[in-house]
Design a protein around this ligand. Structure first.
Ligand code: ATP
Ligand code: MG
Length: 511
Protein backbone atom coordinates (compact mmCIF):
# COMPACT_ATOMS: atom_id res chain seq x y z
CA UNK A 1 0.00 0.00 0.00
CA UNK A 2 2.80 2.37 0.83
CA UNK A 3 3.81 1.67 -2.79
CA UNK A 4 1.36 4.30 -3.79
CA UNK A 5 1.74 8.00 -3.27
CA UNK A 6 -1.95 8.47 -3.97
CA UNK A 7 -4.93 6.18 -3.67
CA UNK A 8 -8.43 7.42 -4.45
CA UNK A 9 -11.13 4.86 -3.71
CA UNK A 10 -14.79 4.73 -4.63
CA UNK A 11 -15.12 8.43 -5.35
CA UNK A 12 -18.71 9.56 -5.88
CA UNK A 13 -19.55 13.17 -6.70
CA UNK A 14 -22.97 14.47 -7.67
CA UNK A 15 -24.17 17.83 -8.98
CA UNK A 16 -27.77 18.52 -7.98
CA UNK A 17 -28.46 14.81 -7.67
CA UNK A 18 -26.77 13.80 -10.95
CA UNK A 19 -23.71 11.62 -10.41
CA UNK A 20 -20.74 12.94 -12.38
CA UNK A 21 -18.48 10.39 -10.65
CA UNK A 22 -19.87 7.05 -9.67
CA UNK A 23 -17.31 5.08 -7.70
CA UNK A 24 -13.93 5.84 -9.28
CA UNK A 25 -10.54 4.48 -8.19
CA UNK A 26 -7.21 6.04 -9.09
CA UNK A 27 -3.75 5.09 -7.89
CA UNK A 28 -0.44 6.79 -8.55
CA UNK A 29 3.09 5.75 -7.55
CA UNK A 30 5.90 8.23 -6.89
CA UNK A 31 7.44 9.32 -10.18
CA UNK A 32 4.70 7.68 -12.19
CA UNK A 33 2.78 9.48 -14.92
CA UNK A 34 -0.82 8.32 -15.19
CA UNK A 35 -2.84 9.25 -18.26
CA UNK A 36 -6.48 9.88 -17.39
CA UNK A 37 -8.56 9.27 -20.51
CA UNK A 38 -12.24 9.50 -21.28
CA UNK A 39 -14.79 11.18 -23.49
CA UNK A 40 -16.05 14.72 -22.99
CA UNK A 41 -18.08 14.76 -19.82
CA UNK A 42 -16.67 11.44 -18.55
CA UNK A 43 -15.68 13.14 -15.28
CA UNK A 44 -11.92 13.67 -15.66
CA UNK A 45 -11.81 17.32 -14.56
CA UNK A 46 -14.30 16.64 -11.77
CA UNK A 47 -12.13 13.82 -10.40
CA UNK A 48 -9.11 16.10 -10.37
CA UNK A 49 -11.11 18.83 -8.63
CA UNK A 50 -12.02 16.30 -5.92
CA UNK A 51 -8.36 15.39 -5.56
CA UNK A 52 -7.16 18.98 -5.32
CA UNK A 53 -10.02 19.90 -2.93
CA UNK A 54 -11.61 22.42 -5.26
CA UNK A 55 -14.47 20.27 -4.02
CA UNK A 56 -13.53 19.92 -0.34
CA UNK A 57 -13.77 16.85 1.87
CA UNK A 58 -17.41 16.19 2.67
CA UNK A 59 -18.56 17.35 -0.77
CA UNK A 60 -18.05 13.85 -2.18
CA UNK A 61 -18.01 10.24 -1.01
CA UNK A 62 -15.14 7.76 -0.96
CA UNK A 63 -11.62 8.20 0.36
CA UNK A 64 -8.28 9.67 -0.61
CA UNK A 65 -5.04 8.34 0.81
CA UNK A 66 -1.97 10.47 0.34
CA UNK A 67 1.44 9.19 1.35
CA UNK A 68 -0.18 6.45 3.45
CA UNK A 69 -2.50 8.78 5.37
CA UNK A 70 -6.10 9.71 4.79
CA UNK A 71 -6.41 13.18 3.25
CA UNK A 72 -9.39 15.28 4.22
CA UNK A 73 -8.51 18.62 2.71
CA UNK A 74 -10.89 21.52 3.03
CA UNK A 75 -9.37 23.60 0.28
CA UNK A 76 -6.76 23.95 -2.43
CA UNK A 77 -4.30 25.54 -0.04
CA UNK A 78 -4.18 22.38 2.03
CA UNK A 79 -3.64 20.09 -0.94
CA UNK A 80 -0.94 22.41 -2.28
CA UNK A 81 0.86 22.32 1.06
CA UNK A 82 0.70 18.52 0.84
CA UNK A 83 2.32 18.74 -2.61
CA UNK A 84 -0.67 18.24 -4.91
CA UNK A 85 -0.66 20.93 -7.57
CA UNK A 86 -3.25 21.28 -10.32
CA UNK A 87 -3.10 23.09 -13.63
CA UNK A 88 -6.71 23.60 -14.63
CA UNK A 89 -8.19 23.07 -18.08
CA UNK A 90 -9.30 26.71 -18.23
CA UNK A 91 -6.59 29.29 -17.60
CA UNK A 92 -6.72 30.90 -14.17
CA UNK A 93 -4.38 33.83 -14.77
CA UNK A 94 -5.22 37.41 -13.79
CA UNK A 95 -4.75 39.24 -17.10
CA UNK A 96 -3.68 42.69 -15.83
CA UNK A 97 -1.18 41.38 -13.28
CA UNK A 98 2.41 40.85 -14.35
CA UNK A 99 3.86 37.45 -15.21
CA UNK A 100 5.76 37.48 -11.90
CA UNK A 101 2.70 38.45 -9.88
CA UNK A 102 0.74 35.63 -11.49
CA UNK A 103 3.46 33.08 -10.88
CA UNK A 104 3.65 34.06 -7.19
CA UNK A 105 -0.04 34.74 -6.61
CA UNK A 106 -0.87 33.50 -3.10
CA UNK A 107 2.69 32.28 -2.76
CA UNK A 108 4.63 35.54 -2.55
CA UNK A 109 8.24 35.89 -1.40
CA UNK A 110 8.63 38.49 1.31
CA UNK A 111 11.68 40.28 2.70
CA UNK A 112 12.64 40.09 6.37
CA UNK A 113 10.66 43.29 6.87
CA UNK A 114 7.54 41.61 5.55
CA UNK A 115 7.35 43.57 2.29
CA UNK A 116 7.13 41.85 -1.07
CA UNK A 117 10.53 40.91 -2.41
CA UNK A 118 10.01 41.81 -6.05
CA UNK A 119 13.67 41.42 -6.96
CA UNK A 120 13.71 37.80 -5.79
CA UNK A 121 10.37 37.02 -7.40
CA UNK A 122 11.33 38.54 -10.75
CA UNK A 123 14.57 36.58 -10.71
CA UNK A 124 12.82 33.29 -9.99
CA UNK A 125 10.09 34.01 -12.57
CA UNK A 126 12.75 34.74 -15.19
CA UNK A 127 14.46 31.44 -14.32
CA UNK A 128 11.19 29.60 -14.83
CA UNK A 129 10.66 31.31 -18.20
CA UNK A 130 14.12 30.18 -19.25
CA UNK A 131 13.35 26.63 -18.13
CA UNK A 132 10.24 26.71 -20.30
CA UNK A 133 12.33 28.04 -23.22
CA UNK A 134 10.64 31.44 -23.20
CA UNK A 135 13.54 33.68 -22.18
CA UNK A 136 12.08 36.54 -24.25
CA UNK A 137 9.09 36.93 -21.91
CA UNK A 138 9.35 40.12 -19.87
CA UNK A 139 8.18 38.98 -16.43
CA UNK A 140 7.33 42.52 -15.32
CA UNK A 141 4.70 42.95 -18.03
CA UNK A 142 1.02 42.03 -17.75
CA UNK A 143 0.09 38.49 -18.72
CA UNK A 144 -2.59 39.87 -21.06
CA UNK A 145 0.16 40.94 -23.46
CA UNK A 146 1.04 37.37 -24.24
CA UNK A 147 -0.88 34.98 -26.49
CA UNK A 148 -2.75 31.81 -25.54
CA UNK A 149 0.20 29.42 -25.84
CA UNK A 150 2.45 31.63 -23.74
CA UNK A 151 -0.25 32.07 -21.12
CA UNK A 152 -0.61 28.34 -20.85
CA UNK A 153 3.14 27.99 -20.28
CA UNK A 154 3.01 30.77 -17.67
CA UNK A 155 0.30 28.78 -15.91
CA UNK A 156 2.65 25.80 -15.98
CA UNK A 157 5.49 27.93 -14.59
CA UNK A 158 3.21 28.90 -11.71
CA UNK A 159 2.63 25.22 -10.93
CA UNK A 160 6.32 24.31 -11.25
CA UNK A 161 7.13 27.03 -8.75
CA UNK A 162 5.06 25.24 -6.12
CA UNK A 163 7.30 22.20 -5.71
CA UNK A 164 4.72 19.57 -6.46
CA UNK A 165 5.00 15.91 -5.49
CA UNK A 166 2.03 15.21 -7.72
CA UNK A 167 1.32 17.48 -10.65
CA UNK A 168 -2.10 17.36 -12.29
CA UNK A 169 -2.23 18.60 -15.87
CA UNK A 170 -5.76 18.98 -17.25
CA UNK A 171 -5.40 19.33 -21.04
CA UNK A 172 -2.22 21.37 -20.76
CA UNK A 173 -1.41 21.38 -24.46
CA UNK A 174 -4.70 22.47 -26.01
CA UNK A 175 -3.37 25.89 -26.99
CA UNK A 176 0.30 24.99 -27.36
CA UNK A 177 2.16 24.73 -30.65
CA UNK A 178 3.98 21.52 -31.53
CA UNK A 179 7.27 23.03 -30.37
CA UNK A 180 5.80 24.25 -27.08
CA UNK A 181 4.20 20.85 -26.52
CA UNK A 182 7.57 19.18 -27.00
CA UNK A 183 9.07 21.45 -24.32
CA UNK A 184 6.28 20.57 -21.91
CA UNK A 185 6.63 16.84 -22.52
CA UNK A 186 10.37 17.15 -21.83
CA UNK A 187 9.62 18.92 -18.56
CA UNK A 188 7.25 16.14 -17.53
CA UNK A 189 9.94 13.53 -18.26
CA UNK A 190 12.40 15.54 -16.22
CA UNK A 191 9.99 15.82 -13.28
CA UNK A 192 9.43 12.06 -13.39
CA UNK A 193 13.17 11.50 -13.10
CA UNK A 194 13.12 13.69 -10.00
CA UNK A 195 10.40 11.49 -8.50
CA UNK A 196 7.47 13.84 -9.13
CA UNK A 197 4.29 12.00 -10.10
CA UNK A 198 1.84 13.31 -12.71
CA UNK A 199 -1.74 12.83 -13.75
CA UNK A 200 -2.14 13.99 -17.31
CA UNK A 201 -5.45 14.53 -19.07
CA UNK A 202 -5.37 14.98 -22.82
CA UNK A 203 -7.48 14.17 -25.85
CA UNK A 204 -4.26 13.98 -27.85
CA UNK A 205 -3.45 10.35 -27.32
CA UNK A 206 -0.04 10.57 -28.96
CA UNK A 207 1.02 12.85 -26.09
CA UNK A 208 -0.40 10.43 -23.54
CA UNK A 209 1.54 7.66 -25.24
CA UNK A 210 4.72 9.72 -25.20
CA UNK A 211 4.92 10.36 -21.44
CA UNK A 212 2.51 8.15 -19.52
CA UNK A 213 3.44 4.87 -17.81
CA UNK A 214 -0.11 3.87 -16.94
CA UNK A 215 -3.52 4.59 -18.43
CA UNK A 216 -6.74 4.88 -16.49
CA UNK A 217 -9.89 5.12 -18.57
CA UNK A 218 -13.18 6.39 -17.23
CA UNK A 219 -16.56 6.53 -18.92
CA UNK A 220 -19.76 8.14 -17.64
CA UNK A 221 -18.29 8.60 -14.20
CA UNK A 222 -17.20 4.96 -13.89
CA UNK A 223 -13.80 3.32 -13.80
CA UNK A 224 -13.35 1.23 -16.97
CA UNK A 225 -9.80 0.03 -16.58
CA UNK A 226 -6.19 0.71 -15.62
CA UNK A 227 -3.31 -0.79 -17.63
CA UNK A 228 0.37 -0.20 -18.26
CA UNK A 229 0.84 1.97 -21.36
CA UNK A 230 3.11 -0.68 -22.86
CA UNK A 231 0.21 -3.13 -23.07
CA UNK A 232 -2.07 -0.77 -24.97
CA UNK A 233 -2.21 0.75 -28.40
CA UNK A 234 -3.85 4.09 -29.06
CA UNK A 235 -6.69 2.26 -30.83
CA UNK A 236 -7.31 0.14 -27.76
CA UNK A 237 -7.45 3.25 -25.56
CA UNK A 238 -10.04 4.75 -27.91
CA UNK A 239 -12.13 1.59 -27.77
CA UNK A 240 -12.02 1.64 -23.95
CA UNK A 241 -12.99 5.32 -23.94
CA UNK A 242 -15.98 5.15 -26.23
CA UNK A 243 -17.04 1.56 -25.55
CA UNK A 244 -16.99 0.56 -29.21
CA UNK A 245 -14.45 0.25 -31.93
CA UNK A 246 -13.86 3.27 -34.15
CA UNK A 247 -12.64 2.04 -37.49
CA UNK A 248 -12.30 5.25 -39.47
CA UNK A 249 -11.31 8.60 -38.09
CA UNK A 250 -12.41 10.79 -40.98
CA UNK A 251 -15.74 10.23 -42.70
CA UNK A 252 -14.94 11.77 -46.06
CA UNK A 253 -17.89 11.44 -48.39
CA UNK A 254 -18.26 12.40 -52.04
CA UNK A 255 -20.03 15.71 -52.47
CA UNK A 256 -20.54 18.15 -55.28
CA UNK A 257 -18.52 21.34 -55.38
CA UNK A 258 -20.18 24.17 -57.30
CA UNK A 259 -19.63 27.79 -58.25
CA UNK A 260 -17.78 30.32 -56.15
CA UNK A 261 -20.17 31.64 -53.49
CA UNK A 262 -17.92 33.70 -51.32
CA UNK A 263 -14.84 35.79 -51.94
CA UNK A 264 -12.57 37.62 -49.53
CA UNK A 265 -10.09 40.03 -51.13
CA UNK A 266 -7.18 41.97 -49.71
CA UNK A 267 -7.82 41.02 -46.10
CA UNK A 268 -5.38 42.98 -43.98
CA UNK A 269 -5.33 43.18 -40.18
CA UNK A 270 -3.06 45.40 -38.14
CA UNK A 271 -1.75 44.32 -34.76
CA UNK A 272 -3.77 45.87 -31.95
CA UNK A 273 -0.80 46.89 -29.80
CA UNK A 274 1.51 47.72 -32.63
CA UNK A 275 -0.52 49.03 -35.61
CA UNK A 276 2.61 49.25 -37.76
CA UNK A 277 2.72 45.48 -37.81
CA UNK A 278 0.39 43.52 -40.05
CA UNK A 279 -0.94 40.28 -38.62
CA UNK A 280 -2.68 39.52 -41.91
CA UNK A 281 -1.19 41.00 -45.05
CA UNK A 282 -3.31 41.19 -48.18
CA UNK A 283 -4.83 37.72 -48.20
CA UNK A 284 -7.37 36.82 -50.91
CA UNK A 285 -9.25 33.58 -51.50
CA UNK A 286 -12.54 32.28 -52.77
CA UNK A 287 -14.80 29.56 -51.49
CA UNK A 288 -17.12 27.37 -53.54
CA UNK A 289 -20.58 26.04 -52.95
CA UNK A 290 -20.28 22.77 -50.98
CA UNK A 291 -16.54 23.06 -50.49
CA UNK A 292 -14.51 22.44 -47.35
CA UNK A 293 -11.53 24.74 -47.50
CA UNK A 294 -8.94 24.01 -44.83
CA UNK A 295 -6.54 26.67 -43.60
CA UNK A 296 -3.22 25.34 -42.36
CA UNK A 297 -0.43 27.31 -40.79
CA UNK A 298 1.66 27.64 -37.71
CA UNK A 299 0.07 29.21 -34.64
CA UNK A 300 0.50 32.97 -35.02
CA UNK A 301 0.14 32.85 -38.80
CA UNK A 302 -2.82 35.24 -38.61
CA UNK A 303 -5.59 32.74 -39.31
CA UNK A 304 -7.81 33.64 -36.36
CA UNK A 305 -7.43 37.36 -37.08
CA UNK A 306 -8.45 36.77 -40.71
CA UNK A 307 -11.55 34.85 -39.62
CA UNK A 308 -12.50 37.57 -37.15
CA UNK A 309 -12.07 40.30 -39.74
CA UNK A 310 -14.42 38.50 -42.14
CA UNK A 311 -16.95 38.00 -39.34
CA UNK A 312 -16.81 41.67 -38.30
CA UNK A 313 -15.31 40.94 -34.89
CA UNK A 314 -11.66 41.94 -35.33
CA UNK A 315 -11.08 44.73 -32.81
CA UNK A 316 -8.03 46.32 -34.44
CA UNK A 317 -7.56 48.30 -37.64
CA UNK A 318 -8.29 46.22 -40.72
CA UNK A 319 -9.47 46.35 -44.30
CA UNK A 320 -11.03 43.87 -46.72
CA UNK A 321 -13.52 43.38 -49.56
CA UNK A 322 -16.13 40.64 -49.43
CA UNK A 323 -18.44 39.24 -52.07
CA UNK A 324 -21.32 36.87 -51.59
CA UNK A 325 -22.88 35.43 -54.79
CA UNK A 326 -20.86 37.96 -56.73
CA UNK A 327 -22.38 40.91 -54.89
CA UNK A 328 -20.25 43.19 -52.74
CA UNK A 329 -20.99 42.71 -49.04
CA UNK A 330 -20.27 44.94 -46.09
CA UNK A 331 -19.99 43.38 -42.66
CA UNK A 332 -19.61 45.80 -39.78
CA UNK A 333 -20.52 43.48 -36.90
CA UNK A 334 -21.03 39.76 -36.15
CA UNK A 335 -24.76 40.49 -36.15
CA UNK A 336 -24.57 41.69 -39.76
CA UNK A 337 -22.42 38.71 -40.70
CA UNK A 338 -24.95 36.24 -39.27
CA UNK A 339 -27.77 38.06 -41.05
CA UNK A 340 -25.87 37.79 -44.34
CA UNK A 341 -25.38 34.04 -43.75
CA UNK A 342 -21.77 34.05 -42.56
CA UNK A 343 -21.13 32.36 -39.23
CA UNK A 344 -18.00 31.87 -37.16
CA UNK A 345 -17.39 29.31 -34.44
CA UNK A 346 -14.55 31.01 -32.58
CA UNK A 347 -11.40 29.50 -31.22
CA UNK A 348 -11.62 31.05 -27.78
CA UNK A 349 -15.07 29.96 -26.65
CA UNK A 350 -14.65 31.32 -23.15
CA UNK A 351 -14.15 34.85 -24.44
CA UNK A 352 -16.24 34.98 -27.61
CA UNK A 353 -18.49 31.95 -27.73
CA UNK A 354 -20.62 31.67 -24.63
CA UNK A 355 -22.46 33.51 -21.87
CA UNK A 356 -21.19 31.33 -19.00
CA UNK A 357 -23.96 31.85 -16.47
CA UNK A 358 -26.86 31.45 -18.91
CA UNK A 359 -28.41 28.10 -19.68
CA UNK A 360 -27.12 25.75 -22.36
CA UNK A 361 -30.33 26.21 -24.35
CA UNK A 362 -30.27 29.98 -24.20
CA UNK A 363 -26.67 29.96 -25.37
CA UNK A 364 -27.65 27.83 -28.36
CA UNK A 365 -30.51 30.05 -29.56
CA UNK A 366 -28.90 33.33 -28.55
CA UNK A 367 -28.03 34.59 -32.01
CA UNK A 368 -31.22 33.43 -33.73
CA UNK A 369 -33.89 34.32 -31.19
CA UNK A 370 -35.73 36.31 -33.86
CA UNK A 371 -36.44 33.04 -35.69
CA UNK A 372 -38.73 32.09 -32.82
CA UNK A 373 -40.38 35.47 -32.47
CA UNK A 374 -43.99 35.91 -33.49
CA UNK A 375 -45.66 39.29 -33.04
CA UNK A 376 -42.80 40.26 -30.76
CA UNK A 377 -43.18 37.22 -28.51
CA UNK A 378 -40.81 34.27 -28.39
CA UNK A 379 -42.44 30.97 -29.33
CA UNK A 380 -40.92 29.04 -26.47
CA UNK A 381 -42.16 25.64 -27.57
CA UNK A 382 -40.51 26.02 -30.99
CA UNK A 383 -37.36 27.33 -29.37
CA UNK A 384 -37.17 24.38 -26.97
CA UNK A 385 -37.74 21.93 -29.82
CA UNK A 386 -34.84 23.41 -31.80
CA UNK A 387 -32.63 23.30 -28.72
CA UNK A 388 -33.47 19.69 -27.98
CA UNK A 389 -32.83 18.67 -31.58
CA UNK A 390 -29.39 20.27 -31.48
CA UNK A 391 -28.53 18.70 -28.12
CA UNK A 392 -29.46 15.28 -29.53
CA UNK A 393 -27.77 15.80 -32.91
CA UNK A 394 -24.43 16.80 -31.41
CA UNK A 395 -24.74 14.50 -28.38
CA UNK A 396 -24.26 17.43 -26.03
CA UNK A 397 -24.03 15.95 -22.56
CA UNK A 398 -26.08 18.13 -20.22
CA UNK A 399 -28.49 17.30 -17.40
CA UNK A 400 -30.96 19.86 -18.78
CA UNK A 401 -31.08 22.68 -21.37
CA UNK A 402 -31.52 25.01 -18.40
CA UNK A 403 -28.20 24.13 -16.76
CA UNK A 404 -25.75 27.06 -16.84
CA UNK A 405 -23.35 26.33 -19.70
CA UNK A 406 -20.44 26.85 -17.30
CA UNK A 407 -21.40 23.50 -15.72
CA UNK A 408 -20.75 21.59 -18.95
CA UNK A 409 -17.45 19.83 -19.56
CA UNK A 410 -15.06 21.72 -21.83
CA UNK A 411 -15.73 19.65 -24.92
CA UNK A 412 -19.48 19.87 -24.50
CA UNK A 413 -19.29 23.66 -24.28
CA UNK A 414 -17.53 23.59 -27.63
CA UNK A 415 -20.32 21.49 -29.11
CA UNK A 416 -22.91 23.96 -27.80
CA UNK A 417 -21.12 26.85 -29.55
CA UNK A 418 -21.20 24.83 -32.76
CA UNK A 419 -24.93 24.16 -32.27
CA UNK A 420 -25.56 27.87 -31.91
CA UNK A 421 -23.99 28.62 -35.26
CA UNK A 422 -25.70 25.73 -37.04
CA UNK A 423 -29.10 27.05 -36.00
CA UNK A 424 -28.35 30.27 -37.83
CA UNK A 425 -28.43 28.21 -41.06
CA UNK A 426 -25.22 29.65 -42.46
CA UNK A 427 -24.28 29.69 -46.14
CA UNK A 428 -20.65 30.22 -45.22
CA UNK A 429 -19.46 28.60 -42.01
CA UNK A 430 -16.07 29.48 -40.57
CA UNK A 431 -14.76 27.02 -37.98
CA UNK A 432 -11.71 28.08 -35.98
CA UNK A 433 -10.14 25.01 -34.34
CA UNK A 434 -13.55 23.33 -34.06
CA UNK A 435 -12.35 20.14 -32.40
CA UNK A 436 -10.03 21.61 -29.78
CA UNK A 437 -10.66 19.85 -26.47
CA UNK A 438 -13.20 17.54 -28.13
CA UNK A 439 -12.92 13.76 -27.66
CA UNK A 440 -12.39 11.31 -30.54
CA UNK A 441 -15.99 10.17 -30.73
CA UNK A 442 -17.33 13.73 -30.77
CA UNK A 443 -14.71 14.77 -33.33
CA UNK A 444 -16.08 12.14 -35.64
CA UNK A 445 -19.60 13.51 -35.08
CA UNK A 446 -18.39 17.01 -35.95
CA UNK A 447 -16.76 15.80 -39.20
CA UNK A 448 -19.93 13.92 -40.11
CA UNK A 449 -21.92 17.07 -39.49
CA UNK A 450 -19.55 19.03 -41.74
CA UNK A 451 -20.09 16.43 -44.47
CA UNK A 452 -23.87 16.74 -44.09
CA UNK A 453 -23.62 20.54 -44.32
CA UNK A 454 -21.52 20.62 -47.49
CA UNK A 455 -23.95 18.18 -49.09
CA UNK A 456 -26.64 20.79 -48.44
CA UNK A 457 -24.41 23.31 -50.21
CA UNK A 458 -22.91 25.15 -47.23
CA UNK A 459 -19.36 26.36 -47.86
CA UNK A 460 -16.99 25.71 -44.96
CA UNK A 461 -13.73 27.40 -44.09
CA UNK A 462 -11.95 25.35 -41.44
CA UNK A 463 -8.91 26.59 -39.55
CA UNK A 464 -7.06 23.80 -37.77
CA UNK A 465 -3.65 23.16 -36.32
CA UNK A 466 -4.18 19.43 -36.53
CA UNK A 467 -2.81 18.51 -39.94
CA UNK A 468 -4.21 14.96 -40.04
CA UNK A 469 -7.67 16.40 -39.44
CA UNK A 470 -7.22 19.14 -42.02
CA UNK A 471 -6.05 16.65 -44.63
CA UNK A 472 -8.71 14.18 -43.55
CA UNK A 473 -11.70 16.41 -44.29
CA UNK A 474 -10.71 19.29 -46.62
CA UNK A 475 -11.30 19.47 -50.36
CA UNK A 476 -8.70 22.18 -50.72
CA UNK A 477 -6.05 23.54 -48.35
CA UNK A 478 -4.75 27.07 -48.00
CA UNK A 479 -1.48 27.50 -46.18
CA UNK A 480 -0.72 30.71 -44.35
CA UNK A 481 2.53 31.88 -42.86
CA UNK A 482 3.38 35.18 -41.21
CA UNK A 483 0.15 36.77 -42.34
CA UNK A 484 0.45 35.83 -46.02
CA UNK A 485 -0.86 33.02 -48.16
CA UNK A 486 1.91 30.60 -48.96
CA UNK A 487 0.04 27.87 -50.74
CA UNK A 488 -3.28 26.78 -52.20
CA UNK A 489 -3.49 23.03 -52.82
CA UNK A 490 -6.19 20.73 -54.07
CA UNK A 491 -6.35 17.95 -51.49
CA UNK A 492 -5.85 14.98 -53.71
CA UNK A 493 -3.53 12.87 -51.60
CA UNK A 494 -1.83 16.01 -50.30
CA UNK A 495 0.91 15.18 -47.79
CA UNK A 496 1.66 16.72 -44.41
CA UNK A 497 5.22 17.36 -45.56
CA UNK A 498 4.07 19.48 -48.49
CA UNK A 499 1.83 21.58 -46.27
CA UNK A 500 4.50 22.06 -43.60
CA UNK A 501 7.11 23.01 -46.15
CA UNK A 502 4.75 25.65 -47.54
CA UNK A 503 3.92 26.90 -44.04
CA UNK A 504 7.53 27.64 -43.24
CA UNK A 505 8.02 29.22 -46.65
CA UNK A 506 10.00 26.53 -48.42
CA UNK A 507 7.66 25.99 -51.32
CA UNK A 508 6.42 28.77 -53.54
CA UNK A 509 2.71 28.93 -54.25
CA UNK A 510 1.58 25.80 -56.06
CA UNK A 511 -1.52 24.42 -57.77
N1 ATP B 1 -20.29 22.72 -11.71
C1 ATP B 1 -21.03 21.78 -12.31
N2 ATP B 1 -22.38 21.79 -12.24
C2 ATP B 1 -23.13 20.84 -12.84
N3 ATP B 1 -22.64 19.80 -13.53
C3 ATP B 1 -21.29 19.72 -13.65
C4 ATP B 1 -20.42 20.70 -13.05
N4 ATP B 1 -19.15 20.36 -13.33
C5 ATP B 1 -19.22 19.23 -14.08
N5 ATP B 1 -20.50 18.83 -14.27
C6 ATP B 1 -20.94 17.66 -15.03
O1 ATP B 1 -20.15 16.55 -14.66
C7 ATP B 1 -19.84 15.74 -15.79
C8 ATP B 1 -18.34 15.55 -15.89
O2 ATP B 1 -17.73 16.78 -16.26
P1 ATP B 1 -16.15 16.97 -16.38
O3 ATP B 1 -15.90 18.42 -16.57
O4 ATP B 1 -15.50 16.31 -15.23
O5 ATP B 1 -15.84 16.16 -17.73
P2 ATP B 1 -14.43 15.90 -18.46
O6 ATP B 1 -14.21 14.44 -18.47
O7 ATP B 1 -13.38 16.75 -17.85
O8 ATP B 1 -14.77 16.36 -19.97
P3 ATP B 1 -13.90 17.22 -21.08
O9 ATP B 1 -13.07 16.24 -21.80
O10 ATP B 1 -14.97 17.76 -22.00
O11 ATP B 1 -13.16 18.28 -20.36
C9 ATP B 1 -20.44 16.44 -17.00
O12 ATP B 1 -21.65 15.80 -17.33
C10 ATP B 1 -20.70 17.85 -16.51
O13 ATP B 1 -21.80 18.42 -17.16
MG1 MG C 1 -12.32 18.41 -18.52
Amino acid sequence: MADYLLEMRGIVKAFSGVKALNGIDLRVRPGECVGLCGENGAGKSTLMKVLSAVYPYGDWEGSIHWDGQELRARGVRETETAGIVIIHQELMLVPHLSVTENVFLGNEITTRLGTLDYAAMHRRAAELMAELKMPHVNVARPVAQYGGGHQQLIEIAKALNKRARLLILDEPTSSLTKAETAILLDIIRDLKRKGVACVMISHKLDEIEAVCDTITVIRDGRHIGTRPMGELTVDQIITMMVGREITELFPREAHEIGEVVFEARHVTCHDIDNPMRKRVDDVSFSLRHGEILGVAGLVGAGRTEMAMAIFGSYPGRHGLELRLDGQPLRVRSPQEAVEAGICLVPEDRKRHGIVPLMGVGYNITLSVLQHYARLGLIDEAAELKAIEEMIARLHIKTASPLLAIRGLSGGNQQKAVLAKMLLARPRVLILDEPTRGVDVGAKYEIYKLMMALVKEGVAILMISSELPELLGVSDRVLVSGEGRLRGDFINDGLSQETVMAAAIGQIAEAA
